[in-house]
Design a protein around this ligand. Sequence first.
Ligand code: FAD
Length: 409
Amino acid sequence: MPDKAANNSEKPLAIVVGGGPAGLTAAITLAVGGIGTVLVGKRPARPDNRTTALLGGSVTALATLGVWDLCAAQAAPLTIMRIVDDTGRLWRAPEVKFDAGEIDLEAFGYNIENRHLVAALEQFAATLPNLRLIEDDVLSVERGDDYVSVTLKSGDRLQAPLVIGADGRRSLCRDAAGIGIDERKYKQVALTVCLKHSRPHRETSTEFHTPNGPFTLVPLPGLRSSLVWVLDPNHADDLAALDDAALALEIERASHSILGKIEIEPGRGLFPLGVATAKRFGDNRIALVGEAAHVIPPIGAQGLNLGLRDAATIGELAVAAYRAGNDVGGADVLSAYDKMRRADVGSRTIAIDLLNRTLLTDFLPVQGMRGLGLYMIDRIGPLRRAAMREGIAPAPAAAQPRLMRGEAL
Ligand SMILES: Cc1cc2nc3c(=O)[nH]c(=O)nc-3n(C[C@H](O)[C@H](O)[C@H](O)COP(=O)(O)OP(=O)(O)OC[C@H]3O[C@@H](n4cnc5c(N)ncnc54)[C@H](O)[C@@H]3O)c2cc1C
């Protein structure tokens, strides 16, 4: 059992590897709860030009921690979500429109550029006395009985009884914990870009379902939106090779001009899509959060919302163990973490994978079932409201981490 007296950022009880949004949120949660924490992260080589639709509880958690005030001005509310069948197929689904007011919410969530979210998390993290931030690469992670050792590129070596692996899809921490992964690559690529447009978005996100995947416009503050366009890889390469004016025309055409004239902002991204779930979310004193634990395609804005729930959950469990004088990285904490996250991650991964497959299939009965499902959601009020509530948070509310319910640590 590790020495409990050692709890400051010089002799930390926790090390977080990876300074993306999930890692920063985990580190902040641990440090706010009194746990001496070190976060080691290397900024990605290319800037992340994606945006995140932060749904319901994610915004509440960031507000409860004190981060949301630092970036709220850069986020746009999502009050209406439209799904439009643009497959041109024989059996098309009706347009479905979800309005946050129907479930007594002002907004389903807020869309923000990742760079603003990460900057706010970094700014807040820098104010916490219990948290030390090191910008460096982690070269190796070695597990031991009482401690995990982390070796940095600088040559420094850190040890702590709990390591949080927030190091993304190719997680070194996951390998060090001896945890395998179930993974499947899709024959789809997401093209991402931010846009200026001449017509207002009216706080509405619109998801056009095309035979190759969704084309989703999500509001940003002002006359701006972000686009995630899921395509087959050849088409994605062709579009990515276009100059800004030609790409803007293609986007205007695909969006049926609902936002008027389009202007492309600098910074495009191409993301090969797939689905992956770690076989366990924690073992051998190493807990996995965010994309180190699970990757899902960008349909329905679930990925980072799951990642933030991971971060809040492991943070709360470790803080509870610390306050009770127990081992923060012990088997009890890690098995509770695995158990608490599996249903939420598993159910959303299956639902999104299925929805994606029904879009891609040429099999008429499956297309018909998809259309019927959306028709029922459109017509049956209680079903539609249940779908909206489940889309933004797992039911029942008690299944969510406390931070997501607005309760301080
Ligand atoms: C096109 C697209 C659109 C999306 N839209 C949404 C959305 O609207 N809503 C939503 O909820 N989710 C969305 N997602 C998912 C979301 O972007 C991801 O879930 C999120 O970015 C993952 O965050 P993370 O912190 O887990 O990982 P990352 O952002 O990948 O961060 C990992 C960090 O670890 C660092 N790192 C890795 N290895 C090391 C090492 N050895 N040493 C030091 N540092 C290291 C990396 O440099 C990086 O900074 C989208 C995804 C895609 C592809």
